[in-house]
Design a protein around this ligand. Sequence first.
Ligand SMILES: *[C@@H]1O[C@H](CO)[C@@H](O)[C@H](O)[C@H]1NC(C)=O
Ligand SMILES: *[C@@H]1O[C@H](CO)[C@@H](O)[C@H](O)[C@H]1NC(C)=O
Length: 716
Amino acid sequence: MVSDRVGFCLILLVTVLGFSGGVTAEKGVTYDGRSLIIDGQRKLLFSGSIHYPRSTPEMWPSLIQKTKEGGIDVIQTYVFWNLHEPKLGQFDFSGRNDLVKFIKEIRSQGLYVCLRIGPFIEAEWNYGGLPFWLRDIPGMVYRTDNEPFKYHMQRFTSKIVNMMKSEGLYASQGGPIILSQIENEYANVQAAFHEKGVSYIKWAGKMAVGLQTGVPWIMCKSPDAPDPVINTCNGMSCGETFAGPNSPNKPKMWTEDWTSFFQVYGAEPYIRSAEDIAYHAALFIAKNGSYINYYMYHGGTNFGRTSSSYFITGYYDQAPLDEYGLLRQPKYGHLKELHAAIKTSANPLLQGKQTTLSLGPLQQAYVFEDASSGCVAFLVNNDATKVVQIQFRDNAYSLRPKSIGILQNCKNLIYETAKVNVAKNSRITTPVQVFNVPDKWEVFRETIPTFSGAAMKANALLEHTKVTQDKTDYLWYTLRFKADSSCTNPSLFIESSGHVVHVFVNNARAGSGHGSRDIRVVKLQVPVRLINGDNNISILSGMVGLPDSGAYMERKSYGLKKVQITCGGTKTIDLSRSQWGYTAGLLGEKVRLQNSMNLNKVKWSMNKAGLIKNRPLAWYKTMFDEPSGNGPVGLNMASMGKGEIWVNGESIGRYWVSFLTPAGRPSQSIYHIPRAFLKPSGNLLLVLEEEGGDPLGISLNTISVTGSNNAQSQLS
Ligand SMILES: *[C@@H]1O[C@H](CO)[C@@H](O)[C@H](O)[C@H]1NC(C)=O
Ligand SMILES: *[C@@H]1O[C@H](CO)[C@@H](O)[C@H](O)[C@H]1NC(C)=O
């Protein structure tokens, strides 16, 4: 009986798929040299990147709604392979990984989707989205004409495409997905693979097209994109830098218009003005562009250990919607007005003939005109310092420095990129609770492992991730070192290729060091106190995410490269080939302390009088109530050093406030706790502190903006 039913369902499914799989000229997406063509109509599209795992499903509806109200037509997202296939053949599409739910939410709000499958995505995401287990597949070389890589890339890409098809989500099936992307910024690495790079990108295009989605494929930053795949531009000024599509029959598209720039620990946020974004977006449209995607429109949060090397936990907080989904004004509103101004002239833009006129040394007009659809002109003043008067047809227009004016009907100045009508807002962080009552904290301190307790030993310094398999940031290298009185003023020299090193000798911390995104090699010389006889040297190597880019990523190596002891400033003993013990991960990680049912697996102490502070490798826990209201919530971690935070078992990400910017500030002090992680009372806060900090200074904050956060009422 059961098997009968299964058989019946299968037949039905095949029939339905067979029926809707065919693509007709009216339904679905094609393109010409001007634009994408959806259901037979040319389209001028504004798009915004939102990555589903960087927010919670509870946040998706309002993020999408605010995006739509910002005049955006398409939501662009990557697909995150290493979230979806954490183990070979084991898939996860639940919770924040629920791609289908995200796309259906976009559909229900009437927007389109651009699905960037990759499956290599970069994205400041751990390992650029590749699952770490790929590295162990024999013969593996990523992103080139390599059979094992192509096999797994095709397997995962097909899996996603088939999933979308079975849910009816491609535009060719009446769904919202109008575009898919294969590969990602391949031009950055292609040369490293020589002729294999050329054959790989041809294969990737052919493989993708062979999956028959009924919608076009794109490749960003990939001038060699094979027909019919469209090559697109990424950057801040694609109106100036893009050489254009590699065939006159492909439209000019901008997949990543960076609204800010990623931020690493030790760096300040990158602020890109609303005027500058609007100028370059308008210029791209004036020069025949028909699709612009803002990267990011909402960045969100790198929860858990998902950010790649040295990137902060908040992602593109300076986007039109900030990390929490609050409107960032005037950026949001100024772009909304730009989209509206351009859309009023969609007809002449898409049907008219484009001409370019020079109106001065740094002034041009781009005109789109057609007898039946009207006229629109973009007047460009590319003089960064002077206001200029521009005579165009029967009228004179005064244009601000570095500004583009949009003339509706080639006459009425309806928008100027350098003239901002929307008021600036500011974000307010209000402490609602300071965790300054010592007795409310409990602490558990890690024991420092020693060589004798190590389960794994080797006569070499092993590569960090070979041992950890990226299941933890941490790896202990332990050694027994016999010293005698002949070694005076000993010091330990350590060289590591990433990212953080903490040195312990006989259970006491001797020193720490770390690299940065620019300085990848950590070198550390610390004086140590040795006793005559056996000493325990325990070195903790920590990673802050795997890389997300570059050729031959599978060959990158991390962890300790060289360890030496110097005596009397002259005699050097190289320990690199001594016998080392290895312990992956911390004790608290091993017992999964973040789950409340495991809390009793370690021994906690009361933090009496708040004395247990500035200690390395300490776990702190406390309970708290949810702040009232429904606005965003965040923890101010400025009193701490470096580590990771969990709320009710959910990791809200790594924090690193001790790594200061040149201006002397932490790159990120406030760490977002999504409302969905909270219950009204009895919330468990667990903090792992790696270097030393004072938990009594941590505070719980609500975050809001001055004025309204309502997308519609922001504009008068
Ligand atoms: C825009 O497209 C038209 C028609 O193909 C072409 O004549 C014109 O040179 C293009 N303009 C720019 C700035 O690329
Ligand atoms: C080194 O560690 C072992 C346990 O692994 C311990 O018995 C010994 O006392 C330690 N030595 C020192 C000098 O702390």
